[in-house]
Design a protein around this ligand. Structure first.
Ligand code: SF4
Length: 372
């Protein structure tokens, strides 16, 4: 049974009440469990009752991360291919109704962007990002982009609209390594408020994409919720439930989670409904690591340099650096609208230095297409 057939058994209000009903005793039970944690333990660790336990949570998270990943941080960089989009996400600068110049990078421009990325760091992991424009920037366009950059990068990931199962297979055959797709919120009743029109308004179609990725044999699948829409504790509990389902069903794939926290952007007036503090984001990162010792956890340049530096040894395994969040931002069009405002604007070399100061080594390459 796919996850879309299971999700209705999780009533949002009941899950939320369960989290806020967790006690200090529940948190202590989760922290002292020797075996695998269950969703009830995760709910305790993200609950308000766990806030006084941040120090022991940080220590456990640090220990598990070092056991599984050593003293390493993997680096990646996004390359935005297009800001054209048919969707109307009310929080996004690329929203279809926003009057901005739409760009779809040509072959020559993609190669110029890739060369500019190579000039700022020895990046081997590249994340190709698009808005949703299946007619002009669909799977064939993505396949072409993968083939263009493949000679220069060991690992190619995508952050694009949900695709068909056969399209995930097509792109995997072209050299795709990972797909990141964020459900944004698991609150089905409220989902359409944020995604009123376009394909992204279809909650089930998006949620089912993860099963399509699993069936297509995508090597690594990335999940996340957009923090700022709905109660974050309930959303991440639903995400953790989804993660466990996927791990059990598609055990051959690896998994990754991200923590996009809403940032200001141009063009729209949307303000986050929920503000998550740095302390709460740290709590979430620790909870995820204690819940799952093997999952990759990434932190983008949405977050501040100070916060990213603090989390380097405490759970995070993958960082972006030097990011531009607009198509052509590295070399071709330097002044276009960003999808979101970058917070950590240090150069890759500066981030490398900061990672080393924390006692970690940067891994530029931990994957080789020739071994796929
Ligand atoms: S969040 Fe993605 S799908 Fe939504 S408007 Fe922005 S680019 Fe388009």
């Amino acid at each position: 049974m796919d996850f879309i057939e299971q999700i209705d058994q999780y009533d949002w209000d009941t899950v939320q009440a369960g989290i806020y009903g967790k006690t200090a005793q529940d948190v202590e039970i989760a922290l002292h469990k020797s075996g695998r944690l269950d969703i009830g333990d995760f709910m305790a660790l993200v609950s308000p009752s766990a806030l006084p336990y941040l120090e022991p949570m940080a220590e456990l998270s640090r220990r598990y991360t070092r056991q599984r990943f050593g003293n390493t941080i993997q680096f990646y960089i996004p390359l935005y291919l297009t800001n054209s989009c048919i969707n109307h996400c009310i929080y996004c600068g690329f929203n279809h109704g926003n009057d901005i110049r739409r760009i779809i990078l040509t072959d020559e421009q993609i190669l110029r962007e890739a060369a500019a990325i190579k000039a700022i760091g020895d990046f081997q992991h590249i994340l190709l990002v698009t808005g949703e424009n299946p007619r002009e920037a669909g799977a064939d366009y993505m396949e072409n982009a993968i083939r263009l950059v493949k000679p220069q990068f060991a690992s190619i990931s995508l952050e694009v609209q949900p695709l068909k199962e056969e399209e995930y297979k097509q792109l995997s055959n072209a050299g795709l390594n990972a797909v990141y797709c964020y459900q944004e919120t698991y609150n089905k009743a409220r989902y359409k408020t944020y995604h009123p029109k376009g394909m992204k308004s279809k909650f089930d179609h998006r949620l089912d994409a993860f099963d399509r990725m699993g069936r297509a044999g995508v090597h690594k699948i990335g999940l996340g919720v957009l923090i700022g829409l709905e109660d974050w504790r309930t959303d991440v509990t639903m995400m953790a439930t989804h993660l466990r389902y996927l791990q059990k069903t598609y055990w051959q794939s690896k998994y990754s989670i991200s923590f996009p926290r809403m940032r200001p952007h141009e063009g729209e007036e949307f303000r986050p409904n929920v503000i998550m503090s740095d302390k709460e984001l740290a709590q979430l990162i620790f909870a995820c690591r204690i819940f799952d010792r093997d999952v990759e956890m990434t932190l983008s340049t949405r977050e501040s340099s100070a916060f990213r530096d603090n989390m380097t040894t405490l759970g995070i395994t993958s960082l972006s650096a030097g990011s531009k969040t607009d198509p052509g931002g590295y070399a071709v069009y330097k002044q276009e609208l960003e999808q979101f405002a970058v917070n950590d604007d240090r150069t890759p070399a500066e981030v490398v230095e900061a990672v080393r100061r924390q006692g970690c080594e940067v891994v530029w390459k931990d994957w080789d297409l020739s071994l796929q």
